[in-house]
Design a protein around this ligand. Structure first.
Ligand SMILES: Cc1cc2nc3c(=O)[nH]c(=O)nc-3n(C[C@H](O)[C@H](O)[C@H](O)COP(=O)(O)OP(=O)(O)OC[C@H]3O[C@@H](n4cnc5c(N)ncnc54)[C@H](O)[C@@H]3O)c2cc1C
Length: 425
């Protein structure tokens, strides 16, 4: 480990990995700090095994490429990802072990240094710039410095430690979290979907099974194993408070066993068992880092054509989880089915060398419920990493040029008289 890097990325989830690879491919020395034992974030640590936001809903057109496109290609080659499937919107289901493996390989190939088991617990600043981070491991605390930083922690940890402006949730609201539960022992020929699971849950409730809350939530077959993944064990909690998260983890695991009891009522599922929970509770919303440009619900619902400062694409609807146990609320994206994300939406409002990507971005209630999807986190992460690599002075044109060199395939910016923008798929 070197003491100084050109770019340090905090968090090795979809946003963080894409940022690190983007910055390294732009020729910078890059370190990713991840508190967990593997890369992937929610995809590998929280049983969230469906990449959303890569495709438009109506046409199933892939609109996020770059680092995400590279990963999809690798997964496809070994049958570790499904074709695009339409539930409420379009997603792909993947095998998390393959994601872990390929993210390791992709970081290695790009020359990214990865430090796992390393939690960022502090930051140093000089004026409006972050100068370094404090990292905790079993040997104690370590100080590392960099020229530029990307907060891909999902919790906005780096920004908060650096004294940047952050807020928890939006307008007093925070979306609930859910424990992803993976079930085995369900033969592939058994039809299993949200309606069948919902019926079984209602029946189990009537029959006195305790601990069941939600009657709907994603239910999907995984590639490779054929296991069934469900997002039904909901909890509300403060993701920055270990005591509250501990309570919620216990509660959600208790629910998981109740859902197993309910699931065994579906014909063909009598021998179902729990393969894994989480291991961590899945957090949809925590801190947001305040940026130069907050994205708003109307901009997502009724998007303008991508502008000259569009550095990433969002394509997941606004999927808001208001209350644990209640169905989520959906608002779909109008127009072409995707919206542009400007460079200023990635730049901290008050720390000049800090970029943010992923679910900690500065969206209002609606926009935040779209930006948080992992496909979009890959897109914002890739753009944030490239912007960090190019330095605070780089404008959108330079960032876009480098992203294009890295196969981001952003929608072409309309030139007067040439009609609507199209993606260059
Ligand atoms: C139940 C559930 C279902 C969901 N369903 C979907 C879905 O189907 N499809 C989809 O695309 N999205 C889904 N989401 C949303 C999505 O999983 C997250 O919003 C997404 O993972 C955001 O990516 P990210 O990289 O910003 O954050 P994360 O994936 O959370 O990654 C952040 C990483 O940073 C690390 N980290 C955090 N703090 C520190 C620190 N201080 N120091 C070092 N490392 C740190 C974490 O360990 C983690 O690896 C779902 C979320 C939940 C909870």
């Amino acid at each position: 480990m070197r003491p100084h890097y050109e770019v340090i990325v905090v968090g090795g989830g979809s946003a963080g990995v894409a940022a690190a690879i983007g910055a390294a491919q732009a020729g910078r020395s890059v370190l990713v700090l991840e508190r967990g034992p593997c890369l992937g974030g929610a995809a590998t640590l929280r049983n969230v095994v469906t990449y959303c936001g890569l495709y438009t809903r109506e046409e199933r057109r892939q609109v996020v490429h770059g680092v995400a496109g590279g990963l999809l290609e690798r997964l496809r080659r070994e049958g570790a990802v499904s074709p695009p499937i339409r539930f409420n919107a379009v997603t792909v289901v993947f095998d998390p072990e393959a994601v872990k493996h390929h993210l390791d390989r992709m970081c290695l190939d790009a020359g990214v240094e990865v430090l796992l088991h390393s939690m960022v617990v502090g930051a140093t600043t000089e004026g409006r710039r972050i100068t370094g981070v404090t990292v905790a491991d079993h040997r104690g605390l370590h100080e590392l410095t960099a020229d530029a930083f990307v907060d891909g922690s999902g919790e906005g940890d780096l920004a908060a430690h650096a004294g940047a402006q952050v807020r928890y949730g939006n307008d007093g609201w925070v979306q609930n979290g859910t424990l992803g539960v993976r079930f085995g022992g369900i033969p592939r020929e058994v039809e299993i979907d949200v309606a069948r699971v919902g019926d079984a849950v209602r029946r189990a409730k009537q029959e006195g099974v305790r601990g069941l809350l939600a009657e709907s939530g994603l239910v999907a077959r995984m590639p490779v194993s054929g296991d069934v993944i469900t997002y039904v064990a909901d909890e509300g909690y403060d993701a920055t408070d270990a005591a509250d998260v501990s309570r919620a983890e216990r509660g959600a695991r208790h629910q998981a066993w109740a859902y197993l009891e309910a699931l065994r009522r579906v014909p063909g599922c009598e021998d179902a068992y729990i393969v894994s929970t989480g291991p961590e509770l899945g957090t949809r919303e925590s801190r947001h880092v305040e940026t130069r440009r907050r994205l708003t619900e109307p901009e997502v619902a009724d998007p303008a054509p991508p502008a000259a400062d569009t550095v990433a694409i969002g394509a997941w609807p606004m999927e808001y989880h208001r209350v644990a146990g209640q169905p989520s609320e959906w608002t779909f994206i109008g127009g072409p089915g995707y919206y542009g994300i400007p460079l200023d939406a990635l730049r901290s409002v008050d720390r000049d060398n800090l970029l943010v990507a992923g679910r900690a971005m500065d969206g209002d209630r609606g926009a935040g419920a779209s930006l948080r999807a992992m496909g979009t986190a890959f897109a914002t992460g890739h753009a944030a990493g490239v912007a960090a690599a190019l330095g605070g002075g780089a404008g959108p044109a330079e960032v876009i040029a480098e992203l294009e060199r890295q196969d981001a395939r952003l929608p072409s910016v309309p030139v007067a008289g040439t009609g609507p923008a199209t993606t260059s798929t």
